[in-house]
Design a protein around this ligand. Structure first.
Ligand SMILES: *[C@@H]1O[C@H](CO)[C@@H](O)[C@H](O)[C@H]1NC(C)=O
Ligand SMILES: *[C@@H]1O[C@H](CO)[C@@H](O)[C@H](O)[C@H]1NC(C)=O
Ligand SMILES: *[C@@H]1O[C@H](CO)[C@@H](O)[C@H](O)[C@H]1NC(C)=O
Ligand SMILES: *[C@@H]1O[C@H](CO)[C@@H](O)[C@H](O)[C@H]1NC(C)=O
Ligand SMILES: *[C@@H]1O[C@H](CO)[C@@H](O)[C@H](O)[C@H]1NC(C)=O
Ligand SMILES: *[C@@H]1O[C@H](CO)[C@@H](O)[C@H](O)[C@H]1NC(C)=O
Ligand SMILES: *[C@@H]1O[C@H](CO)[C@@H](O)[C@H](O)[C@H]1NC(C)=O
Ligand SMILES: *[C@@H]1O[C@H](CO)[C@@H](O)[C@H](O)[C@H]1NC(C)=O
Ligand SMILES: *[C@@H]1O[C@H](CO)[C@@H](O)[C@H](O)[C@H]1NC(C)=O
Ligand SMILES: *[C@@H]1O[C@H](CO)[C@@H](O)[C@H](O)[C@H]1NC(C)=O
Length: 434
């Protein structure tokens, strides 16, 4: 009873606090299109990537914008798997890309007593606390047990020519080692999940979409509503919600229902229950732009691995090295002659979601492991990994498999739409390439 009584008050407060929504007045033709870049980050150089995984994957999707008054250019990793947007802050100007809060006249740290700190942080995976200056303190933790910390703050974000004052983010200033991220080109991360404080929630966007070209790995991010019947019709799969919190279930993730996996046209003999979260919440399927490859729970992974291996017999030569496991989770690898420029015709892998299917084919099935040479061969690994080997309790669909797929995140209708398209053409059509 009490909770029901209080709820409208929170909503009112939230409404009063957030005056400017980038997307709130968007009609079907209003949208903002931004270029999206794929950025390779030298291995081990930037330990503060959206690391839900205990290794430092190094290819991320980034978006460029400016923050503060006068504006400072920043590059943020687009991450549908996390909530809080953050910038690497430093009070003094250093050579790495950082945000210098004292150079911005519109920068405001958030007080502990502010409702932003007390109620709008409720979806964060770690609760906000109060520091000795009575400012709202945020902590981000990573799978490798490291963390970074800072203050919750607000400033003006200028995105695609639109100014959004009062955008809330974490101004993270501790937990970075000053020498290791020298080469990184990203200043921070744009949290795009369904939590109250995420960038899309703050902007009031009913939808957003992205499309990554496999041709040169550039792409586009579209905030707001779009119509692109000229591209391809989208197939929709509903987002899964659970009513009661469960320890392993991320309720603000983009969770979809996987119904099956096919190799070529063969549906793997997997019971549907294998794709359903158990009583602890383990086993959800998340669409995560902040993760590079795709990871499946052990039992499903093993069946997929064996079938792919079976269907590639005679096409590819298996790397006979039981000690070689790429990124700690991908143990199906092959030897491909160094001089060979194209891969042979491979069986496709389709992830069958309720209502939509995502087919992975060609180059996106294998990843060349740089620096690994055996005789005259290079090493390529199958781009699906085993979640169990990483200690993660979920199926995670990474951005490598979202290339040339139009991905629409429809928050209003609680669904994800997808269609296979040529993202380079989509980018040209939307005018993101000049
Ligand atoms: C689609 O959007 C464009 C502008 O982005 C508009 O000119 C066009 O009329 C729209 N088409 C439909 C069918 O809504
Ligand atoms: C990370 O990037 C470096 C340099 O761009 C590359 O040599 C390395 O193979 C990449 N690692 C992975 C796992 O992609
Ligand atoms: C910020 O980016 C804009 C547009 O890309 C560019 O014109 C400007 O010079 C950049 N400013 C700084 C300080 O790098
Ligand atoms: C920012 O403020 C800190 C102290 O609050 C000061 O040490 C530093 O020099 C300032 N940086 C700039 C660029 O003004
Ligand atoms: C911050 O201000 C200092 C002093 O005015 C200036 O030298 C520096 O370039 C500024 N840095 C940024 C990122 O705007
Ligand atoms: C934060 O709290 C201090 C007192 O603790 C107050 O002086 C200040 O105005 C508050 N700032 C905001 C933005 O509410
Ligand atoms: C901020 O810059 C100073 C001076 O370059 C550096 O010593 C410090 O480690 C930096 N702090 C963070 C959090 O990056
Ligand atoms: C592949 O699977 C089929 C059917 O299960 C089986 O008959 C065949 O021997 C397998 N081939 C290899 C190379 O394992
Ligand atoms: C690699 O290729 C060269 C030239 O084609 C050949 O002489 C050499 O024996 C090969 N090495 C191995 C390990 O197969
Ligand atoms: C990617 O390809 C598009 C379309 O061909 C082109 O216009 C764009 O400049 C390319 N981007 C990069 C970063 O090479």
């Amino acid at each position: 009873m009490k909770a029901h009584f209080l709820r409208p008050l929170y909503l009112l407060l939230e409404f009063l606090l957030i005056q400017t929504h980038l997307c709130s007045f968007s009609t079907s033709s209003q949208m903002l299109v931004l270029p999206l870049k794929t950025q390779a980050i030298p291995f081990g150089s930037f330990s503060r990537l959206p690391n839900k995984l205990p290794f430092h994957h190094n290819v991320t999707l980034t978006v460029s914008l400016s923050v503060g008054t006068p504006p400072q250019n920043v590059t943020m990793v687009l991450d549908t798997g996390s909530e809080l947007s953050w910038l690497h802050c430093n009070k003094t100007q250093i050579s790495q890309p950082v945000f210098v809060p004292n150079n911005s006249s519109s920068y405001l740290p958030i007080n502990c007593s502010s409702p932003i700190c007390t109620t709008r942080t409720r979806d964060l995976s770690l609760p906000a606390s109060c520091d000795s200056n009575n400012l709202c303190h945020a902590v981000l933790s990573y799978a490798d047990a490291s963390s970074s910390e800072g203050n919750l703050a607000s400033d003006t974000f200028n995105i695609g020519g639109s100014e959004v004052p009062g955008t809330i983010f974490g101004c993270m200033d501790s937990g970075f080692s000053s020498d290791s991220d020298e080469d990184a080109k990203t200043t921070g991360l744009m949290g795009m999940n369904r939590g109250l404080l995420s960038f899309v929630s703050q902007m009031g966007c009913p939808k957003f979409s992205y499309c990554i070209s496999s041709y040169n790995l550039s792409g586009l991010l579209l905030l707001g509503d779009s119509n692109f019947t000229w591209l391809a019709p989208l197939n929709y799969t509903p987002l899964i919600q659970i009513s009661t919190p469960l320890p392993y279930f991320d309720r603000v993730a983009y969770t979809v229902q996987l119904d099956g996996i096919k190799v070529s046209e063969k549906l793997l003999p997997l019971p549907k229950s294998i794709f359903e979260p158990d009583h602890t919440g383990a086993g959800q399927t998340m669409v995560d732009s902040g993760t590079q490859f795709t990871f499946l729970l052990g039992p499903a992974y093993t069946v997929l691995r064996n079938e792919f291996l079976n269907q590639t017999t005679g096409i590819l030569r298996v790397l006979e090295d039981p000690n070689f496991v790429f990124q700690g989770s991908m143990d199906l690898c092959y030897r491909v002659p160094l001089g060979q420029t194209t891969l042979p015709q491979l069986p496709t892998v389709s992830l069958v979601f309720r209502g939509a299917e995502m087919t992975v084919s060609g180059d996106r099935l294998l990843y060349r492991v740089s620096g690994e040479i055996r005789g005259n061969d290079s090493v390529y690994c199958f781009t699906f990994g085993n979640s169990d080997l990483l200690g993660i309790e979920a199926y995670v669909i990474g951005h490598y498999h979202q290339q040339n797929v139009w991905m629409e995140f429809d928050l209003e209708k609680s669904r994800i739409g997808l269609a296979q398209v040529r993202c380079d053409l989509a980018g040209q059509r939307f005018g993101v390439y000049h």
